[in-house]
Write a protein that binds this ligand. Structure first.
Ligand SMILES: Nc1nc2c(ncn2[C@@H]2O[C@H](COP(=O)(O)OP(=O)(O)OP(=O)(O)O)[C@@H](O)[C@H]2O)c(=O)[nH]1
Ligand SMILES: [Mg+2]
Ligand SMILES: [Zn+2]
Length: 299
């Protein structure tokens, strides 16, 4: 049985690159078109891009996926398995960045214990607006690398490429922020489709329809993924949420050790000068969404 990593899927076919691991290093082989064994026991959500599989080969050179190996990580949006790093991508000005969506992506990444890089694209549109400096400061103080890029001028593209090296990453972010354009700037031969924003509302048009893994070198894979306009939180218990806010950890102990950082007296998070107001507000929003979901599940 051979091993493969799924790089893209459509209309019932899965395309994978064969691989072997030797001394912790990947050796990628050729691309194989596969179907799946009918009685294949599936992980949840079927076969995802990034899945590591065992496959057998048919006489015509095509393959049959026999088994999906246990996943090291799994995201719902973008739907991808086994990445170790998420490049959380937003854009300057268009589409207008939403800290709520940014923080949702970060919670999803933290819940899967992924390394995170924040990429602020369209740097060429930056101008003097202090908002972006504040934004970069908030997140770099939390320990996330923040990289400014411009797929248009090429600025910062090398910095991002360095962050990718040696990782299995995915670019994630709203439609139209330039995920595909950034990857084309890294490697023009990829020739990914990149699309205009809608003229009136300056939003993306969901140009990328399927996730696909691209090979930068044998140790570096990166996925282009479809953008979204809205994003739900992963399934979490209310007590868990604060664990996925790394900036809350430095706030010191609250009076109650089961503090949800809402209205409790002696809450250290609520009064912490190291927690940005937008972060705390978004935490409260997420907490009420989780509580609402728990209430609905009960009835
Ligand atoms: N000014 C400027 N425009 C950019 C930059 N990067 C991308 N764009 C433009 O933004 C638009 C959207 O780019 P895409 O690469 O399609 O965005 P995407 O994130 O892949 O969008 P989806 O595939 O829909 O998720 C295109 O018109 C690009 O030319 C940039 O750095 N600066
Ligand atoms: Mg795209
Ligand atoms: Zn508290």
């Amino acid at each position: 049985m051979q091993l493969g990593i799924v790089v893209r899927s459509y209309s019932g076919y899965h395309y994978l690159r064969t691989y072997e691991v030797e001394g912790g290093r990947w050796h990628l082989g050729q691309e194989i078109e596969c179907t799946r064994r009918g009685k294949l026991k599936l992980e949840s959500d079927g076969i995802l891009v990034g899945d590591l599989v065992e496959f057998s080969t048919l006489e015509d050179g095509r393959g049959v996926i026999e088994k999906v190996l246990p996943r090291k990580s799994q995201l719902g949006r973008p739907a991808i398995a086994n990445i170790d790093q998420l490049i959380v991508t937003i854009a300057v000005k268009e589409p207008k960045p939403s800290l709520l969506i940014l923080d949702r992506m970060l919670v999803a990444a933290e819940a899967q214990e992924l390394r995170v890089v924040i990429c602020i694209n369209k740097k060429d549109l930056l101008g003097e607006d202090p908002f972006y400096k504040e934004l970069a400061d908030i997140y770099s103080q939390m320990g996330y690398p923040v990289v400014y890029t411009s797929a248009k001028t090429g600025e910062g593209i090398d910095d991002l490429r360095k962050e990718l090296e040696g990782h299995l990453s995915a670019l994630a972010g709203p439609s139209g922020v330039g995920k595909s354009a950034i990857l084309n700037a890294i490697r023009p031969e990829w020739n990914l489709q990149s699309g205009e924003l809608s003229r009136s509302i300056r939003r993306g048009r969901h140009t990328t329809r399927f996730a696909q893994l691209l090979v930068l070198d044998s140790q570096t894979l990166v996925a282009d993924t479809p953008g979204f306009t809205a994003l739900r939180l992963p399934q979490l218990a209310r007590e868990e949420l604060a664990h996925h806010f790394p900036d809350f950890a430095s706030a010191g102990p609250c009076r109650f050790n089961n503090c949800l950082h809402k209205e409790e007296p002696g809450c250290a998070v609520k009064s912490a000068s190291t927690v940005a107001p937008s972060r705390y507000q978004n935490y409260l929003t997420f907490l009420s969404e989780i509580e609402e979901g728990e209430r609905r599940a009960r009835y």
